[in-house]
Design a protein around this ligand. Structure first.
Ligand SMILES: [Fe+2]
Length: 283
């Protein structure tokens, strides 16, 4: 049984990382994931879950307003209409860990990327409020139906953080907005109905909200990949930390000293190249 990206998205080519798409798998496909014993029901996952469960509170219906509760209490919150999130499920499942590792390789993102799988259990009529994530996300619907509403994000490209519509924009993101942050879902939306076996690709930064029809269980593969700037900043730090002078506590009145360190770096930078940095980050 093959695993990884090609099994997940069949013959669909992930040529454009920014374009969402859905694939409805037949009943015989992806059985290795869809028939994982702990995904059979909410009870099954609660029985095998060794950790706290994240409960999304009804005020925001978003992870920006959540509490962590013991698995023994989670059902009570679910029955009161709150969505549950089981994070890093790959930790309890070697099968999921293999898939996470294989998809990460297949995507061609850095080995330093943080990959994980998550399970969302959502009560009838509930879901998440409009938001975007900084992650690359694949959603496999296991049980029930979930309606997804997606929209192009014209406010920001390649966000470094997630953002929930209507909340305060973090100061760093504020500095690189293309347009004021949208306060309502754009008129033009793309709608997908996910049933058992549907696989949705949600690109980084795309607005999305969800609503379950009937109790819904979905399995996500989520990847936070370092941006070029992060690979560069990592390499820069590795280089500067070798220097006792760069490690000196900064006496901020000594501008001359800082200037001379910068000059030294400017002379060093022409010798830098992408291959050396990538050999360090990807080996
Ligand atoms: Fe999301």
């Amino acid at each position: 049984m093959k695993n990884g990206l090609s099994a997940l998205i069949n013959s669909h080519q992930l040529k454009d990382f920014n374009k969402p798409f859905v694939i409805h798998h037949g009943t015989d496909e992806l059985k290795v994931l869809r028939e994982l014993p702990f995904l059979r029901s909410l009870d099954a996952i609660l029985e095998s879950w060794p950790d706290l469960v994240q409960v999304h509170l009804p005020d925001l219906r978003d992870e920006a307003s959540a509490i962590d509760v013991p698995a023994s209490d989670a059902r009570k919150y679910f029955e009161e209409g709150m969505g549950l999130l089981f994070n890093d499920v790959n930790r309890i499942s070697p099968v999921l860990q293999e898939w996470v590792d294989q998809i990460k390789t297949d995507l061609g993102i850095s080995k330093q990327s943080y990959g994980r799988s998550l399970v969302y259990v959502t009560p009838d009529g509930k879901g998440t409020a409009p938001h975007f994530d900084q992650n690359i996300n694949f959603v496999l619907q296991i049980h029930g139906t979930k309606k997804w509403t997606l929209a192009t994000n014209k406010s920001v490209m390649n966000p470094m953080d997630r953002h929930t519509m209507g909340l305060t924009v973090d100061p760093e993101m504020m500095s690189y907005l293309e347009k004021p942050m949208a306060e309502t879902m754009p008129d033009e939306t793309i709608n997908f109905d996910l049933g058992p076996g549907s696989l949705l690709y949600v690109p980084r930064g795309v607005w999305h909200s969800t609503e379950a029809e009937g109790h819904a269980i979905s399995l996500n593969f989520t990847f936070t990949a370092p941006a070029w700037m992060e690979l560069f900043l990592g390499a820069l730090r590795s280089r500067l930390v070798l220097s006792p002078e760069w490690r000196e506590s900064a006496l901020v009145a000594d501008e001359m000293k800082f200037e001379s360190l910068l000059n030294e770096l400017i002379h060093d930078l022409p010798h830098w190249n992408a291959r050396d940095i990538l050999e360090a980050t990807e080996s």
